[in-house]
Every structure is written in C-alpha cells, then in structure tokens.
Design a protein around this ligand. Structure first.
Ligand SMILES: [Zn+2]
Length: 331
C-alpha cells in the first residue's frame, strides 16, 4: 500500500455513500463488496466523534477516517461495536492509531464473544485464505471470457484480504458495559442499549432520542438476515422492544438508511418465518419439506422487499438458511 500513499488509503472494494441523517449524524452506507463491509454511523458531539462499527478490514476503516476528516476536525473518541462478527470490528485497530486515546466500547456479552469466538475466527480466515485463493485461480483458469474480469477482481481482493487479515492486530473493546450505557454530552445524549437476543446474544443498539435516530447493527439489515449465530425465536420480540423507541431514521448494519416501515416488514418476516417453522415442525415434516413449503408460503409477501440487493444476497438462499437454523432450534 506504500506505493499509493499519495493517493490516500487503498480503497480496494470498500466504497461508502455518506448520507446525513440529522445535524452532525451521518450514515456511511457500504456498497456491496467481495468481502462484505458493514455500514458505519458517524455521530459528532461537542468535543469529539463516535463511530459505530469498523468493517471487515483496516483498509475499509481507513476510508472512513479519510471521509470523516472531510466532515469534521474533531477527533474520534468512541468506537462502538454492535456485535462480534468480523465484518463489524476487524477495522477497530485503525481508530486508536489515528486518534490516540480513542476508546472502543461494547457490552460485556459482545466483548466476551469477541474473545472466545471472534479471535478464533480471525485464525480461521487466515487458515482458509490459501484455499479460497486456489479455488479462485482454478475458476479463473476454467472461466469463460465473460466471467474473467469478475474472477480476476475477486482474486485480487482475496489476496489483498489475506494480507490484511494475516497482519491484523485485533483491537478489543477497552470499555464494556452491562445492560445500557449513556453518554451525556452538552449537545447530545447517546444511549447504548441491549434489547435482548436477536442477530447475536449481545446485540448493541445505539439510540439518539433527541435526533430520533437508531443504529441497529445486524439485528435489522436491508436483506435477509443472517441467523447462524442468532436467536430466531427471540428476534421479533427484541425488535418489538426496538419499535417502542421513538425514532424516524434507522442506520442498519447493512443496506441503505431505512424508515419504520422497513422495521415492520423485517419484523413480520422473522415472526412469520419462525411461526411457520414451528407449525410445520410440529407436524413431523422434514427440513426439506419445511423449506419447500415456507418458500412457497412466504415468497408472495417477502421475496420482493428482500430482493433489493438481487444476486448479492438472494432471498431464497437466505430463507433456506434461516429455516435450517430455526428448525434446529425448535426441533
Ligand atoms: Zn453480523
């Protein structure tokens, strides 16, 4: 990356659309990427800045730091991690390096999950990278001309990611709270909340009551949720508690800034899916039968709203994974 230092950070596939959601509050909405990046919320306050979540790699967080410096000269004082998944905290190390004294904040459950599971997953990524690169090379060698450009790009991104994840210096949270934590600044109140289990055991929500903005992490996203570490049976009730808060703008973990109508759709999907799996499982149906029946039953309502990102995150594959996880938990 030294070669390109004069051009600023090497963005790779990390591209963000920075949108103002209130005075001094922005959402950096990540474009679809080969190595998925989460969104970042940027919250300016009287003497500093809070950022929420740091993407899948340090180079992506450096893109945000550069954009941030165009928005404000204030230093980042707080980095919040909404949960322990790699694409939300692998960029953490960038902030204390760029802003000495920056604190990284999450709740106890999430910090523990980072220590027990997140650190191990970094090693899994390091170990898995050569096989991924070999597979892309083989695909490229066998590819039709129309596929070559995409595969060449994916291969470059996989190699760049391997270099980054191998060199990662995981920066764990320096502050962990129990249930809630509130920052009272002169001009802003920032609440960090735990509303129950959903996408993970410890999901953190960031709520600005005065500006009516909430940041949800992956408990609410713009495509079909990932439930692999989640609690499908608790999820909708957690979103019920979220819905009781007063807000107009939602900065989600992935996808564009949303309104309350999307929360309603997403919550209804989770509730309908879980209830249908429970009902079908009680009849003794197999996983294959349940998946087939639910796809037919839910597609008319949910396929279109959950297909905004098309082939990047296809709804039917997401639903099948959700059904499998839920089926295993209710069975
Ligand atoms: Zn996640």
């Amino acid at each position: 990356m030294d070669c390109c230092a004069h051009e600023g950070p090497d963005a790779g596939d990390a591209r963000f659309d920075v949108k103002k959601v209130a005075d001094g509050v922005w959402a950096a909405v990540a474009a679809p990427a080969y190595k998925v990046n989460c969104n970042t919320a940027i919250i300016e306050h009287d003497d500093g800045v809070m950022v929420v979540d740091t993407h899948s790699k340090p180079s992506a967080a450096r893109v945000i730091v550069k954009r941030l410096r165009e928005l404000t000269s204030k230093p980042v004082r707080y980095v919040v991690n909404t949960h322990f998944h790699w694409d939300h905290w692998h960029g953490n190390e960038v902030y204390p390096a760029a802003y000495p004294g920056a604190e990284i904040v999450t709740n106890q459950i999430t910090r523990e999950a980072m220590v027990r599971r997140g650190l191990k997953r970094i090693q899994d990524h390091v170990r898995g990278a050569p096989a991924e690169i070999a597979r892309l090379r083989a695909d490229l060698a066998a590819a039709a001309p129309a596929q070559r450009a995409r595969l060449e790009r994916d291969l470059r991104l996989a190699e760049a990611y391997q270099a980054e994840v191998t060199a990662l210096k995981p920066a764990l949270p320096t502050i962990a709270f129990e249930r809630t934590m509130t920052l009272y600044r002169r001009d802003r109140e920032i609440q960090l909340l735990h509303l129950g289990r959903a996408h993970t055991e410890g999901d953190v929500f960031v709520y600005l009551p005065r500006e009516k903005v909430v940041v949800t992490g992956d408990a609410l996203i713009g495509w079909t949720p990932y439930m692999g570490d989640g609690y499908p049976e608790d999820w909708a009730a957690t979103l019920d508690r979220l819905a009781r808060l007063d807000f107009t703008h939602i900065v989600m973990g992935h996808g564009d800034v949303a309104d309350r109508a999307w929360l309603d759709t997403f919550r209804a999907y989770v509730r309908d899916m879980v209830e249908a799996v429970r009902r079908e499982a009680a009849t003794g149906a197999t996983l294959g039968e349940v998946t087939q029946r639910l796809t037919a039953a839910l597609a008319p309502t949910y396929e279109k709203p959950f297909s905004v990102y098309g082939e990047y995150r296809p709804w039917r594959a997401g639903l099948a994974a959700n059904v499998e996880r839920t089926f295993a938990m209710v069975g």
